[in-house]
Design a binder for this molecule. Sequence first.
Ligand SMILES: C[S@@+](CC[C@H](N)C(=O)[O-])C[C@H]1O[C@@H](n2cnc3c(N)ncnc32)[C@H](O)[C@@H]1O
Length: 395
Amino acid sequence: MEKMLQPNHYSDPLERLRDMDWDYEGDQSASQFSALHFYPGRLISQIPAALIGTLSSPGDSVLDPYCGSGTTILEAQRLGRLALGIDINPISTLIGRAKTFAVKASRIQVIMTEHLRRILDERLATSLNNESLKLVVPPTVQGSKWYHPATLFELSVLWTYIQSCSGVSRIMMEFCFSSILMSACSETRHWGYICDNTRPLDKSYANAFSLFEEAVRALCVAYVERDRRLNKGPQSLPSIKFECNDSAVALSQHQNNEFALVVCSPPYFGVVDYVKAQRLTMEWFGLDIQIYRTMETGARSKRTRLKAFEEYISDIKAVFVQVERVLQPGGYCCMILGQSSKRRETIPQLIEALNDIGLPLSMQIVRDVAIRRSQRPHINDESLLIFRKQPLSAN
Ligand SMILES: C[S@@+](CC[C@H](N)C(=O)[O-])C[C@H]1O[C@@H](n2cnc3c(N)ncnc32)[C@H](O)[C@@H]1O
């Protein structure tokens, strides 16, 4: 449930935030979009919603330089803020775009229902005559490794159909297709095996058509729920953008003082491989995992490098040098950060680094992480760190 903030009797917004309960028992996201696509380390939507609602005003611009599955950007848009999400992971951009179309849910439902009907026709046509449709499976897909032959066939029918579409519906269908790959895959033990490219023990059939239909319907339901929560119609939603790049590089192209607020959760040191976690989708999209992986900050697979820790701190610093420049004077920069008890301590170092950059710490709150999420290597709590750029002096 979304926690209601009390009427604003606080003169200092940080006091208001300090009085909130940040533990969100069970860590259940209030946004119906959250669980539609697998993405490790997602924020629950109530956290960015509370920060954006308290530290910015409608019409302001919000930045998330590590936007992942787009939680911050979605909440910013819902609350009437302009927003930019940047991430090195190309699947992050796909996920974010598919969830943020400023189109009425009823329209989306009509479009997607029509696509489902056509796919059903296609499925019938192909099962009657395999020759009637030239199926496409990109050469980068390790089809016989990950999928039962019948599932692979169904996936290739879906993929071939999606390639013939364009615009909003193509992005939505690519999103739904990507979201079912983990369930369609024969590896059922843990996503870590897919991440590490380990062959499944045996082949199990999953009905890709049913999975896809469910995914499309769930996306439509999330849009209906979004529209229900909006005060005005979706046509009034502000424009939002996503960029796929290293954040330091992407931000170097942006203007000074462009953003009123930054809300993000940078990768924790040596805990997750975000690019490799999307291996199945990367294969269908013909994306080279190696290229993106080398640009990823703090990846788990880099943890044993001699200079892994120094590289992590210096990568994050490079991003926040830009963040400080693009943030308006007096603007807040909020960061959710955890650290694994199995790795070197990072939070004190990062607080010091941001202070040196010109973003002194204004507030730190430690929040519990639900057991379900803490299984990522030994993260039992996370810190909400709020930094503030010096306001312009009165004279
Ligand atoms: C903790 S996750 C963010 C999760 C996000 N807040 C959400 O709710 O889904 C950290 C993100 O940082 C991204 N990342 C890692 N290195 C990056 C870099 N150099 N530039 C931009 N993004 C990067 C990862 O791909 C990952 O999506």
